[in-house]
Design a protein around this ligand. Structure first.
Ligand code: KIV
Ligand code: ZN
Length: 513
């Protein structure tokens, strides 16, 4: 059996299904480029048939990514599969990932199909897909809770029809490591043609065991592909986290004995990019990518690490891409230096006009903040107001007044399409007053689900504040992110960014719906 383990990243598909994590085409493209730098083997770029926006994103990624296989999800029907194949046409290497639910519960209650109908649909879907693409992955959704006899029948037929990868999802995060590992092993042992396909694990984290289950699927079950997401992003409690599974395999190579092709120094930049793009903040004590993952607070630990690093550290911070905050640019830096830094960070803006726009914002920031770090630049280009032509709502100016004993007051000027509006409001605090002022004009009626502020670069009050606002309206949940040295301005930007997302009608079809 091969000792190469395939890393299949589904941040842009399963990760994006997390409520509020949906990304624009350009955001997805930027993350796909970072995933390529990270050297993931397969990038699941989206679900092409789910919306025109997702089709465009899969296509854009397929057209530019050269070193990773680009994959699109498709339900087990001809329309979805043809749409996936169409989006992937320009890819150097492509894969179609088709799926249908196989558990009794899902077949009966969700699909309202008999097992025989599901069997036939899975078989025909793989046959149809195989005529369009040589690399076909099949997933029996809710596979772990499916009847093993039925599952064996379906999987054997799918291999016969040409599936090259069989992925066994623990869709609802119900598995425990040993049982999941044994489950995969028994499927491989029972299916006569099982050696004709690569076996893959796909675990959700509802009981906090997605990484452990995936590793058991590899070690006990003999799987040679792991499906995972950056920061464990994903619906509910998320998916198996890429950084944890990769660093476990690498740090305990003595135990797993497998090769992974990941450039681990790109892990932290990828984590930051995903967190800044989606507004899903990484908890400080998160393994590998949390701000405290390599921080030693206790005197005994600090003393030990200074004497011999491996007393308390099993990985080196620099191996996963942690670097001390670096001052990269300042007020006097020119356009070329700025452009070069964008290139070094792997950020490609579409046009010279976008570079000019971002540079103007950089200058504006450098006037107000003496030291500009990489994180500031990533936030600056991630800020949707850079691509302001596409934005319906745009912040133009904000002033606010707060004083002990007085009710704070804010005045906000913003554009709605071509029109400029100036609105005022009072509030409990300056942030509250600013958001109320905007809402008094927009009247979105959206419910504020989350408001959070983080310092982009730690350790200094000079840092930019990064604000995440989560809004819910009519069953839709969106996240808006805004950054600025002034957290009231960052808050207004984040609120307008969320309103822009609500305003855009690029709704997606849920992959598991
Ligand atoms: O969790 C799941 O079952 C999935 C499938 C669509 C592969 O994401
Ligand atoms: Zn999933």
């Amino acid at each position: 059996m091969s000792d190469k383990l395939i890393i299949f990243d589904t941040t842009l598909r399963d990760g994006e299904q997390s409520p509020g994590a949906s990304m624009t085409r350009d955001e997805k493209l930027r993350i796909a480029r970072q995933l390529e730098r990270l050297k993931v083997d397969v990038i699941e770029a989206g679900f092409a048939a789910s919306s025109n926006g997702d089709f465009a994103a899969v296509k854009a990624i397929a057209d530019v990514i050269k070193d990773s296989t680009v994959c699109s999800l498709a339900r087990a029907n001809d329309r979805d599969i043809a749409r996936a194949a169409e989006a992937l046409k320009g890819a150097a290497r492509s894969r179609i990932h088709t799926f249908i639910a196989t558990s009794e519960l899902h077949m009966e209650k969700k699909l309202r199909m008999t097992p025989d109908q599901v069997f036939e649909q899975a078989r025909l879907a793989v046959r149809f897909a195989r005529n369009l693409c040589a690399d076909i992955e099949f997933s029996p959704e809710d596979g772990y809770r499916s009847d093993p006899d039925f599952l064996c029948r379906v999987l054997e037929a799918c291999i016969d029809e040409g599936a090259t990868t069989l992925n066994i999802p623990d869709t609802v995060g119900y598995a425990v490591p040993e049982l999941y590992g044994e489950f995969i092993r028994s499927l491989r042992e029972r299916i006569p043609n099982s050696d004709k396909a690569v076996w893959s694990v796909h675990c959700h984290n509802d009981l906090g065991m997605a990484v452990a289950n995936s590793l058991a699927g590899v070690k006990i079950g003999g799987a040679r592909q792991v499906e995972c997401t950056i920061n464990g992003l994903g619906e509910r409690a998320g998916n198996c986290s890429l950084e944890e599974v990769v660093m476990a395999l690498r740090t305990r190579r003595d135990y797993f004995g497998l090769q992974v092709g990941i450039d681990t120094t790109q892990i932290v930049p990828a984590s930051r990019m995903v967190s800044q793009t989606t507004g899903f903040v990484v908890q400080p004590n998160k393994a590998v990518v949390g701000a405290n993952a390599f921080a030693h607070a206790s005197g005994i630990h600090q003393d030990g690490v200074l004497k011999a690093r491996d007393t308390y550290e099993i990985m080196r911070a620099e191996d996963v891409g942690w670097a001390a905050n670096k001052i990269v640019l300042g007020k006097l830096s020119g356009r070329n230096a700025f452009k070069q830094r964008l290139q070094e960070l792997g950020i490609q803006l579409e046009s010279e006009a976008e570079v000019n726009n971002a540079f103007a914002r950089f200058k504006d920031l450098a006037d107000r903040k003496s030291e500009i770090f990489d994180e500031d630049i990533i936030a600056l280009v991630g800020d949707e107001s850079v691509t302001s032509e596409q934005e319906h709502y745009r912040l133009l100016a904000l002033s606010q007044h707060s004083e002990t004993g007085e009710r704070p007051q804010a005045s906000v000027t913003f554009a709605v399409g071509e029109q400029e509006h100036c609105v005022e409001s009072q509030g409990n605090g300056p942030v509250d007053a600013s958001l109320k002022a905007i809402e008094s004009k927009v009247k979105s009626g959206a419910e504020l689900m989350l408001y959070s502020v983080n310092a982009i670069t730690s350790g200094s009050t000079e840092s930019q504040g990064e604000v995440t606002v989560r809004l819910q309206l009519g069953g839709r949940v969106v996240n808006g992110v805004g950054s600025d040295p002034d957290i009231v301005v960052a808050s207004a930007k984040a609120y307008l960014s969320a309103l822009n997302k609500l305003h855009s009608n690029a709704d997606r079809v849920a992959a598991q719906g």
